[in-house]
Design a protein around this ligand. Structure first.
Ligand SMILES: Cc1ncc(C[n+]2csc(CCOP(=O)(O)OP(=O)(O)O)c2C)c(N)n1
Ligand SMILES: [Mg+2]
Length: 328
């Protein structure tokens, strides 16, 4: 049989199956209650203390490991390195209302290095944007938590992302709009260190300084690793702090795994007037699972169930226990 006669119907069948799955996913995502948050959510700035935040960050790491193993897919390394400062933003610094993701007075937060979606979703679920059990549908075509975040699929995701270098431009636009509206909104934008190689970041950095946007805080996951190896070996970004200073930003540096140091840096950034601020959070890729720490090959890999179990035991639980917690 000629190949075209064989391939044609198979492709048509696969396309039809894909289309049905996508339509089904959209119906389920917009079905009442499907992505409704758990009843207990909190509006505004939580300002939880560092000791409590550290425990939440540990739970979030357990979520990341479990959901990635369950999905058989997902970025593990950066999700573990950025866990502490994203916890600090969502559970301490940012005024948000997970029950009303579009609350007009909310602070704005986005994660530009959006391949760390397991962390984004885990932190959102723990904060109450949607039920924890949704994490077990991560990367499923009929789920609402796609590999790279989609604003149309997931309540609370402000901007679809995954293409590096774009998030700061969005954040600067929101910060500028807030200034024009005379609104006290604060804007938080997380980025990767390898992502600093993207030229668009520096255009956004220039405009934020030009417009004296003191309502924006960028936080960089300075784990010194990226998809292909150490950042210094791909395209070096040092001296990063001097570069941001030269672009007119106030720079703060902290141990990105020391919760109180993160809170202090965010608070200092909040007090800056007349210029934007950036926090260089010194982190370790894979932090929390010693076997993979500083190993760039874990940038985009999920653990197997056995590996996740080993990692979770190091965090004081097991894969089975955490899967049961997420299953509700
Ligand atoms: C514009 C663009 N170019 C390339 C990629 C592919 N890519 C995804 S992650 C990544 C490395 C990012 O490094 P870093 O920001 O350090 O993230 P980490 O590895 O620490 O999680 C690259 C090149 C992309 N997503 N977008
Ligand atoms: Mg990195």
């Amino acid at each position: 049989m000629p190949a075209c006669l064989f391939v044609g119907p198979v492709s048509t069948f696969r396309l039809a199956r894909f289309t049905i799955a996508r339509v089904r996913a959209r119906i389920i995502a917009h079905w009442p209650n499907r992505m409704q948050p758990e009843p207990c959510t909190y509006a505004g700035r939580l300002e939880l203390p560092a000791s409590e935040l550290a425990g939440i960050a540990r739970d979030i790491r357990c979520d990341v490991l479990t959901m990635n193993a369950h999905a058989g897919s997902g970025h593990t390394g950066g999700s573990l390195s950025a866990a502490d400062f994203l916890t600090a933003i969502l559970f301490h610094a940012a005024a948000i209302d997970p029950a009303r993701p579009r609350w007009p007075d909310r602070d704005f937060w986005n994660v530009s290095n959006a391949h760390i979606s397991p962390l984004i979703y885990s932190t959102m679920a723990e904060r109450g944007y949607f039920p924890l059990r949704e994490l077990l549908a991560f990367r499923r075509i009929d789920g609402s938590l796609q590999g790279h975040p989609c604003a149309h699929e997931t309540p609370g995701i402000e901007v679809s992302a995954g293409s590096l270098g774009q998030g700061l431009s969005v954040a600067v636009g929101v910060a500028l709009a807030a200034k024009l509206d005379n609104h006290p909104r604060r804007v938080f934008c997380c980025m990767g260190d390898g992502e600093q190689q993207e030229g668009a970041i520096w255009e956004a950095a220039m405009s934020a300084a030009h417009y004296r946007l003191d309502n924006i805080t960028a936080v960089i996951d300075f784990n010194r690793m990226q998809i292909d190896g150490p950042v210094t070996e791909v395209i070096g970004i040092d001296p990063l702090a001097d570069k941001w200073r030269a672009f007119g930003w106030r720079v703060f540096e902290c141990d990105g795994h020391e919760m109180q140091a993160i809170l202090d840096a965010l608070a200092e950034a909040d007090r800056v007037t007349g210029q934007p601020s950036v926090v260089l959070a010194h982190t370790v890729m894979g932090r929390g699972w010693p076997a993979i720490e500083n190993d760039h090959t874990w940038h985009g890999k999920p653990p197997t169930v056995d590996q996740a179990d080993e990692a979770l035991r190091g965090l004081g639980t097991t894969y089975r226990q955490w899967l049961a917690r997420l299953s509700g």
